[in-house]
Structure formats: C-alpha cells, structure tokens
Design a protein around this ligand. Sequence first.
Ligand code: 1CP
Length: 365
Amino acid sequence: MTTDTTGTAARDGEPRRGGPADSPFVRACRRQPVPHTPVWFMRQAGRSLPEYREIRASVPMLESCRRPELVTEITLQPVRRHGVDAAILFSDIVVPVAAAGIDLDIVPGTGPVVAEPVRTAADVERIARIGRDEVSYVDEAVRLLVAELGDTPLIGFAGAPFTLASYLVEGGPSRTHAKTKALMYGDPELWHALCARLAEVTSSFLRVQIEAGVSAVQLFDSWAGALSEADYRRFVLPHSASVLGGLADGGVPRIHFGVGTGELLAAMGEAGADVVGVDWRTPLDVATGRIGPDKAVQGNLDPTVLLAPWPVVEAEVRRIVEQGRAAPGHVFNLGHGVLPETDPDVLTRVVALVHELSARPARQG
Ligand code: 1CP
C-alpha cells in the first residue's frame, strides 16, 4: 500500500486530480489514501434543518421530489451549512416505485403508504419497468446538482428489493414485516418474482442517476436486519446482487446499508458493494473483520448520541474515528438517519471534529 496521503498519486486507472471522483469521499470508498476521513450523514437533508422545514411547509413530500429546483436547493442545504464531504440526492426510496405506476403517498409522520398492497402475481405485473423518461425530474435534478456542487461528490440512491417489497406488501411501514415474511416463506416463487421486478426498477433508477453524473450510489436495505443470515442469503442476496453487480461497469463506488445487520455484514458485502454501511451496534473494527479487507466501511455513530451533551458526542466520535482506522477505508456517518430533533449545530461540530481528528499532513513537495 502506498504511503502517499496527498491525493496527488497519478497511478494508472486513477481519476485525474481534483473533481468529485478524486474527493476524500470517493477515495475512501475506493480504499485510497485520503487527506482526512470524509463525513456525511444519512438524512442530512431533512427536518433537523429549519431551512428545509420552511421549503417543505407548503409542498408535499413526493411533489418536492419531482421538482428539480427544489431537489437541488434541499440537497445543497446541508452541504452549505455543515461542510459535509458529500451531498445525497433529495428523493425517497419509493419515488421509482411510484414512477413504475404504484399508487402511493408519503404521509407526514408515517412514511410511505401504498393504496393497494402488492400480494399476487397480477399485482407484481402492475409494477411497470421504468427508464429515464419516467424519472426525468431525477435526471434533471442530478445534472443541476453536479453543476452546482463542483468538487463535492453527489451520492445517488435507491431502495433494495427487500426493503421496497416490505412497503409494497405491508402497504406501509411495519415493525415486524409479518406480511412480507409470510409471503416470502409461503410463496417463494411469487416472492422471487416480486424482488426480481423491484431489482429491475431499482437498477434502472440508479442507472439514470449514474448517467446524469452522481459520484457514488447507495443501496438502502434498511430493514434487511429483520432476517436471519440464512434467509437473507436465500431470499434477498441474489436480488441485491443483481442490482449491485449490474452496476459494476458504472464507474462509481457502490455502498450497501442496512440497520441491525451485524449478523449479515459478510453476506451484504458479498452482494457486490465497495462499501458496507454499519449501524451503531457493531464496532467498526469488528465489522471490518466480518466484511473483509477488500471493502471500505461507512458509519456508525448512534443518531441518538447527537442528543446528548457535547462531551459525550465528542468521546463517541473519537472512538469511531479510532475504530475506523482498522478498516481499509472509512466514511464517517451515523448508524442510521439524523433524527428530526437533532440540533444542526451539533452536526456541524461533528464534521469539524472528524476532519480534525483524522487530518493527515499534506506531504511537501
Ligand atoms: O415529511 C417529511 O419531511 C418527510 C420525511 C422524509 C424525508 C425527509 C421521508 C419520508 N423521506 C425523506 C427523504 C429521504 N428518504 C432521503 C433523503 C436524503 C438524505 O439522506 O438527506 C433518503 C435517503 C430516504 C430514503 C428512505 N426512505 C429510506 C432508506 C433510508 C432509511 O432511513 O432507512 C427509507 C426506509 C425510506 C422510507 C421512508 N420515507 C419517509 C419515511 C418517514 C420513511 C421511513 C418510514 C418507516 O419508518 O418505515
């Protein structure tokens, strides 16, 4: 491994110096040397920011995702405010499913609610295939953002088949995923047909974002932690692998994340990501031992710690930066999304602290 820490190495196959592809965030995803540990926060755009609440006061969630100027403004807000190392497109995992013809809404205080849950083969057929035309507003928003962001990378994202299936089968958020699992165990053939169709929708949605210029993609399998490793491998991994593997030629790092996935980390890594997201339950040194040396990790501050007094936050950030050194690449993040009641100034302080703790002196000359 090279000891160069300046980002100036011009090895074969590496992007030119400067630009988002050479940013600390993308370099960490690729396990290349970085000037400091990059940091961004899941749900960094959202209700913790007064400027977000102001914009969203008069615009429903799904509509805001379909207005490129609004998406651009909301996506940029946390970058301006906190100085994070990456922006994440403002959208939602159900946006492509709605574009595929499923009647759904994002209900304030609840989340996605599906008018007619998907539970039969005929229901699966109602999920249309999508392309750029069906999500042209996302294509447009990404292009506007890439132009605005300069050297700051933009992360695109989508929901993984299991997590999307959960919303579609349940009809809305669920704690137990009981109907989803009943379908999975009771009719494996229909389950696989549903996940295969969702994998197609998700792949197309990510492909549109990559072609429009995102610098990385994150596949959210937020609720995969509800499964045993054996069931994950049998019912979920092949579909997530088809999404991630299908993007291998996309030229951007792929991040794969779920909550409560301590027992699934190795399997999630095998699904084909370059970076595995880790929640707060598994220390990063333990996580990287499970995932292996050929993948970076992302995480993993408990979002509720941000509600504690600063000395507590500081100690936890120090611990995570330290444990992240065991991994071949570390992107600092929370273990799940920012809670709405979080003081945004604490997020700004965390960014500065991570940068300070991880700064490596630029090599002279
Ligand atoms: O009223 C509001 O402000 C709506 C709240 C909200 C927001 C801000 C929802 C509804 N979605 C979003 C944006 C969003 N969704 C982003 C923004 C980009 C950023 O990180 O800044 C992202 C990445 C998502 C992805 C998403 N949506 C996930 C995966 C990430 C995660 O948190 O696990 C999931 C599971 C959803 C579903 C969803 N959408 C909205 C809510 C409240 C939920 C969760 C519902 C539940 O508990 O099941």
